[in-house]
Design a protein around this ligand. Structure first.
Ligand code: SF4
Length: 313
């Protein structure tokens, strides 16, 4: 599978099948907390980075294998468009969503940084999705630049306006995600500005998140549970702190993947790419399990010659 990955346990979406719409790592942002490392192709250019027909063909095959295989009872909660960067940069995202809707009744979710929603064409292309999860980490220009490191021409006011317009036009659900980084965007004044923006956007839910997997910049540090609760109270309803997926039971196929990672790491330390290549799975899938194993204190992260390796403890 080149563009489809999973099933992956997700904090918000239960069990989902991921779909990659852009090559690694194509994005409008270069967030300090990105788990995919620094953006190598930072762009605003929308194009068919990966052909819609190739993605749909691969998805069809994957869904068919789940229906006939012994894991048929395993139900996906969502098909999630996300992957190796910003999915709305794929100019055919609307066509891809329509194609998935024709193929299956599994709901479609889109994870986006929301940076292109100021464009009508992008808002229109997401119309058929069941759920859109945009992020908004700051409402001031200074903090927006610090945390998301966007392409220069992207302004946060324009992005907020795009989110407001999208909420007015879109019939599905919008869950706004706020990624909180210690001493970067967690100050009271910053949260108050964010609260104003959220009041304008009126999302169905606001979900607070913090760094759970190794970020691309070491200084992007997680907030404590107490810190998250404090901000939840400052923002008020409908804000929630999203639950760790680790608390859910993992289906059999996923337990096998966890074992596979441990077996490889017992032989020698490995990078995310080594593990993904070795196990024949997508690197996003590997990242989720590495986070889980780190939390369970079974593995640790180390740097060597600028590369990040995982090792069993
Ligand atoms: S928007 Fe998402 S993919 Fe892009 S840099 Fe930020 S965290 Fe990474």
């Amino acid at each position: 599978m080149r563009y489809i990955f999973g099933p992956v346990p997700s904090r918000r979406l239960g069990i989902s099948l991921g779909v990659d719409l852009v090559p690694y790592k194509t994005c409008t942002f270069n967030c300090i907390y990105c788990q995919l490392e620094r953006t190598t192709n930072q762009t605003l250019k929308r194009k068919e980075y990966i052909k819609a027909k190739d993605i749909l063909k691969e998805l069809k095959k994957e869904l068919a294998s789940w229906q006939t295989g012994k894991l048929a009872k395993q139900k996906f909660n969502y098909i999630t468009l996300s992957g190796s960067g910003e999915p709305t940069l794929n100019a055919k995202i609307g066509e891809i969503i329509s194609g998935i809707k024709k193929m299956t009744s599994i709901p479609v979710a889109v994870l986006t940084n929301g940076s292109l929603l100021y464009r009508r064409a992008v808002r229109d292309s997401l119309k058929k999705a069941d759920l859109v999860i945009p992020s908004l980490d700051a409402a001031t220009a200074k903090t927006f630049k610090k945390i998301n490191r966007p392409i220069k021409t992207l302004k946060v006011e324009k992005i907020i306006k795009g989110l407001v317009d999208f909420k007015k036009e879109y019939q599905g659900k919008i869950w706004l995600e706020v990624m909180l980084i210690k001493r970067v965007n967690d100050k009271k004044e910053e949260i108050e500005k964010l609260k104003k923006a959220i009041a304008e956007i009126k999302p169905d839910r606001v979900q607070l998140n913090t760094v759970a997997r190794p970020p691309c910049e070491k200084f992007a540090r997680a907030l404590s549970n107490r810190g998250l609760e404090r901000i939840k109270n400052l923002l008020g309803p409908p804000t929630e702190v999203i639950i760790d997926f680790e608390r859910r039971a993992l289906p059999e196929k996923m337990k096998d993947l966890k074992k596979g990672i441990i077996t490889m790491l017992k032989r020698r330390p490995a990078t995310v790419k080594d593990l993904a290549d070795g196990l024949g799975v997508h690197r996003n899938e590997v990242l989720k399990y590495l986070a889980l194993l780190e939390k369970e204190k079974e593995i640790r992260l180390l740097s060597y010659k600028g590369k990040r390796y995982y090792q069993v403890k």
